[in-house]
Structures are given as structure tokens and as C-alpha cells.
Design a protein around this ligand. Structure first.
Ligand SMILES: *Cc1c(COP(=O)(O)O)cnc(C)c1O
Length: 380
């Protein structure tokens, strides 16, 4: 028997194959069709954004088209959270723009609103121009402090492109992540809350911009009998076959989110006796993370590193993962300006670990992970 515990595997609900078969039966083996329409409708209903969700081939594509829609041009600056996966920042470079990285605050591990404000003031002072967009991220599903971030964004009149790739089902003040920014990107990669095997979506402010996003995503073909192009297009639509998986997954989205939260609760309970570990949690009742990944930090006084724990777990066939290495610490972004908030994300990178969190994991598996962690470091 396979005894291994993985970080976050795709978890099927059971009806995905039916919708894939529908695509085959009806001949819609193309990047549009009834499954794509239905998946967009379900996402729109779920987010309270009917007619404003466009299914795309990846979350990265969604972020890219978000920047296209916001009119980012070569030479522009775009502010991005430093503590994130590289896919948040790469699309800035696709546009020929420069990412400007902002550090995190301790409560949510996401963009620090006060530092964001200082950063914008300084960019304006230095370059005489405002950054074109702001990309906050809801890391590991934890909502960023959007109220404060939006207040800063509104003050400077800079649009927000929300990276909600990890946060489908998370809520802040009772509002779903993916509904705060002018645009918001979702991901349905294999390891996310729900998957289309690979895919994403862009949530748009109105039906008109959704239509425009679809236009860009299908090679920007103008409405003429021959192929005619006024702007550069992209091939970013989601396949109707993959969208079938998404339609099936929407039936179990709520269950998946509930299970991830349950797993987080189990970790909290099982690891509570280990004083040297802190399980990351909602900072207050206003925050409701989907706990896409449950994460811990190790007290640095123990002298143990998260990579030692990762290797110890790996020996027992338990997959874990170090936290994202901040973007301002990546060689590829070495030249990008960075505005720190006291090194919060650098310290998190040094002390943190993501634990197996897939919604398909059993209580027994989570208990084995927790036991193994306690074997590594004791209770103290
Ligand atoms: C997964 C992810 C993305 C990219 O999504 P893909 O569908 O893999 O392209 C972007 N940002 C964050 C924070 C992610 O975790």
C-alpha cells in the first residue's frame, strides 16, 4: 500500500468524467463550448459576479490579461507582493514593465498596507509617475488586509489586480476573495482548491470588460469575415474538455474548502502541545482563510530549520514544502526595487513550512504527520 502523504493532490468529486464525456459526445474538443460557459456561470454565481468571470488556460494567463486590461505598458512600474509564488510577478515582466516589491505584515503574511503607501509615495518622488497597478496576494488562502490596501489604492487612484489563485472560498468581512480588486485572478492548477488539471479565470468589473478579456484570450480577432487584428492577442482560453473537470469540481468546492479548514483545525489541536511550533491562523474573526495549505513556523530558539524538518518528514514519506522564497530574494528579480516591512517575509522563509493539506487526506494521515513532527522536535 502507498503509505505516502502528499502536500496537495488533485481531488475529484466523482462527476468530472461525466462532463468530459459530454465534451466528447458533442464534439466540443476546443477551447470554448458548453462546459466553458457552464464553468464560468458557476464561478460567477459562486463569487456573486455573474457574467463577469472568464475561464482561461492558467492563473498566470489571468494575471497577464489583467495587466493588459489595466493598460500596463513597457517601462511602467507595477507593485507586487514580494512574498508569493513567481507567477504573481512574472506577468509584469511579460508586459515589459518593472515589478516593485512590497514586504508583508505579520498578521496575514501578505502585503503591508502602510509600506504600500510609503512605497507609492517614494516611487512617485523618484520617477515622477505612479505605478500602474497593485498586485496583492492572499497567500496560502489567507485574505490580505484588503480594506486597508484598497484605501491606499483609492487614495493614489491605482487599480488593484487581486491574486486570488490560492484563495477560492476564502472570505474577508464576509466577502469572497476574488471580489475585491478591479480584476482578480483565480487558478485551477492541479494542486489548488479545485482543479481543471490546469486552468485559471479572470474576474472582471463588468460584462463589457469580460467580453474584452475573451477577445484578447482568443487572438484578438476583430469582428470581420477575414482575420483582422488591431492589437496583439493571446491564446489563453480554457479547453472545453478541461472545463468539464471544472464543472464537476464546482459541485464539491464547498466540501473541499470545509475539509481544508478541518485539516487546519486538526493540526492546531494535534500540534498545540508542541510549544516550538506555531500554526498560522486567522488573525481575527473577520478573516476566514480557506487554508489551502496549513503552514507552521518553528521557533528559531530551537536551532532547528524548517528544511531539517522537511527532510525528516520526507524520510517518513511525508511531503512538505518550504514557504515561498520572497521575490526580492530571487536572482531573476535582483534589480527590482523592494520596500521592506522589517523583513517579515524573510524571517518567515527562514522559519516556515507548508504541511500536507489536500482535501483528500484522512484524519489518520494528518495524525501521522502531526506525530512525526512531534517525534522530530518533541513537546517542550
Ligand atoms: C498557482 C498560483 C498562480 C498561478 O496559477 P497557474 O494556474 O499555476 O498559472 C499565481 N499566483 C499564485 C499565488 C499561485 O499560487
Amino acid at each position: 500500500m502507498d503509505n505516502s502523504v502528499k502536500l496537495s493532490l488533485a481531488h475529484m468529486g466523482g462527476r468530472e468524467q461525466y462532463w468530459i464525456d459530454q465534451a466528447f459526445k458533442t464534439g466540443w474538443i476546443v477551447p470554448l463550448g458548453p462546459n466553458v460557459d457552464e464553468f464560468e456561470r458557476l464561478l460567477g454565481d459562486y463569487l456573486g459576479a455573474p457574467g463577469r468571470v472568464v475561464a482561461l488556460s492558467a492563473g498566470t494567463a489571468a494575471l497577464h490579461l489583467g495587466l493588459v486590461m489595466l493598460g500596463v505598458e513597457p517601462g511602467d512600474e507595477v507593485i507586487c507582493q514580494s512574498f508569493t509564488f513567481s507567477a504573481s510577478a512574472n506577468p509584469v515582466k511579460y508586459m515589459g514593465a518593472t515589478p516593485v516589491f512590497v514586504g508583508s505584515e505579520k498578521d496575514t503574511w501578505n502585503m503591508d498596507p502602510a509600506v504600500l503607501d510609503e512605497c507609492i509615495a517614494d516611487r512617485v518622488a523618484q520617477t515622477g509617475r505612479k505605478p500602474k497597478a497593485i498586485i496583492p496576494v492572499h497567500l496560502y488562502g489567507m485574505p490580505a488586509k484588503m480594506k486597508e490596501i484598497l484605501a491606499v489604492a483609492d487614495k493614489w487612484e491605482i487599480p488593484v489586480l487581486e491574486d486570488a489563485a490560492e484563495a477560492l472560498g476564502s472570505e474577508l468581512d464576509g466577502h469572497k476573495c476574488g471580489t475585491f480588486g478591479r480584476f482578480a485572478a483565480l487558478s485551477f492548477n492541479g494542486n489548488k482548491i479545485i482543479t481543471t488539471s490546469g486552468g485559471g479565470a479572470l474576474v472582471c468589473p463588468d460584462a463589457e470588460s469580460a467580453t474584452r478579456v475573451k477577445f484578447y484570450a482568443t487572438q484578438a480577432r476583430e469582428n470581420r469575415p477575414y482575420y483582422y487584428h488591431e492589437v496583439i492577442g493571446y491564446n489563453y482560453r480554457l479547453s472545453n474538455v478541461c472545463a468539464g473537470i471544472g464543472v464537476g469540481q464546482m459541485e464539491v468546492l464547498d466540501e473541499h474548502v470545509a475539509r481544508r479548514r478541518e485539516i487546519h483545525g486538526l493540526y492546531k489541536q494535534l500540534l498545540s502541545e508542541a510549544q516550538w511550533i506555531k500554526v498560522m491562523d486567522n488573525p481575527s474573526l473577520n478573516f476566514a482563510s480557506n487554508f489551502w495549505l496549513s503552514t507552521i513556523t518553528i521557533d528559531s530558539k530551537t536551532g532547528r530549520t524548517p528544511d531539517e524538518l522537511r527532510l525528516f518528514l520526507a524520510e517518513k514519506e511525508i511531503e512538505s514544502r518550504l514557504l515561498w522564497r520572497p521575490m526580492h530574494m530571487q536572482p531573476v528579480f535582483a534589480d527590482a526595487p523592494y520596500y521592506g516591512a522589517g523583513g517579515v517575509e524573510e524571517q518567515l522563509f527562514d522559519t516556515g513550512l507548508c504541511l500536507p493539506s489536500g482535501s483528500g487526506l484522512s484524519d489518520a494521515q494528518i495524525e501521522r504527520v502531526a506525530r512525526t513532527i512531534i517525534d522530530f522536535g518533541g513537546k517542550q
